[in-house]
Design a binder for this molecule. Sequence first.
Ligand code: G3H
Length: 490
Amino acid sequence: APLHQKNYLVNGELKSWDGTTAEVHSTISSTENYEPTLLGSVPDMGEPEALEALSAAVDAFDRGQGVWPTMHVRDRIECMEKFVGQMETKRDEIVKLLMWEIGKSLPDSQKEFDRTVEYIYDTIEEYKDLDRNSAKFQKQDGVYAHIKRGPLGVVLCLGPYNYPLNETFALLIPAIIMGNTTIFKPAKHGVLLITPLLEAFQNSFPKGVVNILFGRGRVLATPIMQSGKVDVLALIGNSKSANAIQEQHPKSSRLRLVLGLEAKNPAIILPDADLDLTIEECISGTLSFNGQRCTALKVIYVHEDIKEKFLKRFAERVDGLNFGNPWDDGVNLTPLPEPGKPAYIQELIDDAKQKGAEVINEKGGKHFDNYIWPAVLHPVTKDMRVYQEEQFGPVIPVLTFSDIEEPLDDMAESNYGQQVSLFGKDVYALSPLIDTLVNLVCRVNLNSSCQRGPDVYPFTGRKDSAQATLSVHDALRSFSIRTFVAFKDN
Ligand code: G3H
């Protein structure tokens, strides 16, 4: 039955909404003739509710004097443990919503849930260590200092649709535990799955610490930012939206930004690469969750010497994947949650074809329902949109190179700098190249595809790919500041 979500959480109260609502559809078809399925609806709120949530968060922080920012670490941990304990009881419901709302496969939906729970427990442990190690009393040159790590204030948190639970909570949980107060708006797709958690948020934290709104991002974020009362913008998404929201703040340069943004991660395949392994890693790298990951491989550079072999086998492997509903056994490709995505992917394919590329796999670009079969495009050139844009979907541009300087130059010119995958056998001989690559991106994956996890490793990027670092370890630091009291030995 459709889930008509009527509540929102402001100032510790689960309020009932009687205004206009927005329907939530799944792009998974429940009929033979493709028709989107109505999953439910959520409130479509406006400025008054946005300002109500803002004032609850501002009051709860109370210039750092509120119950939450001044609460003892042990008690804050207790609140977080209570929350995660309640969340664990909602696993089946949330996993089901992940599959229906965003089309994520059953194993990946389960993984997203379990990974998030683990992330919260790891954050609690990290927070204990951080508190133990960062509270310092020291003396230097006759000056005593009592150094601590404290919250920043009010955090506006906007999550992405591809990881509506895990990445959203990778922002929200560290922001909360560090003593900040928050206003959170879930992503458009993956919004209903926050419903089962509303009560857990309400009864685990003091009033005003977590405020949850539903509606359109810009509509809600604009008055909140224009108030000038937000201290941190935490967002995972694209830089265009992040900039537009950030600019609303009257003193935007004063905002702390915790942003995870676009990437165009390349795979570089050297002549001596192990082809079996490389193909499998490139399949998962480009097409896990249909390529809708900021960490996906979004462009492949293959050396001229192995181009023929690679392209033939890679194209066959792509065509051998399974499309189906998220709960089907062994499914690799699933319906796309954004209704406009297949048409966008088709535009990229058409543009590339017009400029001289070919779709080299037989099934590439075939449409059915709301899906378009992954297209492997070759030869791709830099004037093509599929090279220039972050496709975030099932289309794979392949370029060739004969001199390693070619992909390196492209990476240096790129607006992005998150990760790279390097495939070659002689890792020892590759070390000078690896040294160059780490100065162009933030993570070099040797003989493996790009990814964010394990979540304890730093997750960040250069240029337009990120502002701040997320990980169990780093996010706590991104959402806090070191302060100290000093006095002289006189
Ligand atoms: O969309 C970007 C995500 O952070 C990707 O995370 O590498 O764990 O799939 P992942």
